[in-house]
Design a binder for this molecule. Structure first.
Ligand code: LP5
Ligand code: MN
Length: 243
């Protein structure tokens, strides 16, 4: 039976070494037994550009991914709102294939739509406006032309602002919008949907135009590690022991 694993929202950073060790352990064990590993965004706390591969922490994560790929597990990475500046050098160093979103893939016979998840949070108008700006190639070219240290300082300022604003946004605003979910399921032929970003792991069922679609939300790696295991029989959540 083929096994495909899904993770997202690990937010790896040198400041949380226990979670990084847990992830490296997951790559060396559970992920090795799988045929494919999908990372649906926010692998890193943030990614300032591929020149930050010189950072020993970043390099160690990429090397562990590459080792997994060389052992025979295929790795796919869909960037999230924190690591959308990853580029070809990152992909090469990690031995993975980058997926653009939205992406429909066949997982053990099930048509499955993959997203990071932030595009479904359409009620978060301030975020969507910000997203549109930073996802334009003109903005990215300009940003990446600045020295790494300057970029990191700007990201720190953004993180402070984002954390502050999130305190005043309701839980509903930061969750997916049901109409956006229905629209994306409709436009992709009523597939199963797997996404992260909201950090609210749960299996949902959506009725859209008479079709029933499953939506699996991935969990974050704040307190412990977790992943979704999918095969011919369907999907199930698995948790790793606390770090
Ligand atoms: O990530 P999460 O889940 O905590 O919050 C997101 C939204 N916040 C973000 C910001 C990232 O977390 C910060 C790290 C990103 C690094 C990317 C690198 C390249 C960009 C560098 C730009 C300088 O994505 C948050 C959502 C939340 O998800 C739930 O969906 O609410 O959105 C915000 O809080 C964004 C604000 O609402 C709008 C911010 C406007 C900022 C204006 C420019 C500030 C520039 C500061 C430096 C010059
Ligand atoms: Mn996210």
């Amino acid at each position: 039976m083929s096994a495909t694993l899904f993770v997202s929202d690990l937010h790896l950073s040198a400041t949380r070494p226990a979670i990084s060790r847990l992830f490296q352990d997951f790559l060396a064990h559970q992920a090795r037994q799988a045929d494919q590993l999908y990372i649906l965004g926010d692998l890193f706390e943030y990614w300032a550009g591929d020149d930050d591969l010189s950072d020993p922490f970043n390099a160690s994560i990429c090397a562990a991914l590459r080792q997994l790929a060389e052992s025979g597990t295929q790795i796919f990475f869909m960037p999230g709102n924190r690591d959308f500046l990853t580029d070809a050098d990152f992909a090469r160093a990690s031995g993975l294939s980058v997926l653009t979103e939205p992406q429909v893939v066949d997982i053990a016979g099930f048509s499955t739509l993959l997203l990071h998840g932030d595009t479904l949070c359409t009620d978060d108008a301030a975020y969507q406006e910000f997203r549109n700006k930073v996802r334009s190639s003109a903005w990215q070219e300009n940003f990446l032309a600045q020295p790494l240290a300057e970029r990191k300082a700007q990201i720190e300022a953004l993180r402070r602002q984002s954390n502050q604003e999130k305190q005043f946004k309701s839980a509903a605003i930061m969750d997916v919008n049901p109409a956006a979910v229905a629209a994306v399921l409709r436009s992709h032929g009523y597939p199963r949907l797997i996404h992260g970003h909201t950090h609210r792991p749960a299996r949902h069922r959506h009725q859209v135009d008479g079709h029933t679609c499953e939506r699996w939300v991935l969990g974050d790696w704040y307190d412990s590690g977790n992943y979704l295991h999918c095969d011919e029989t369907g999907c199930r959540y698995l948790t790793l022991p606390a770090a």
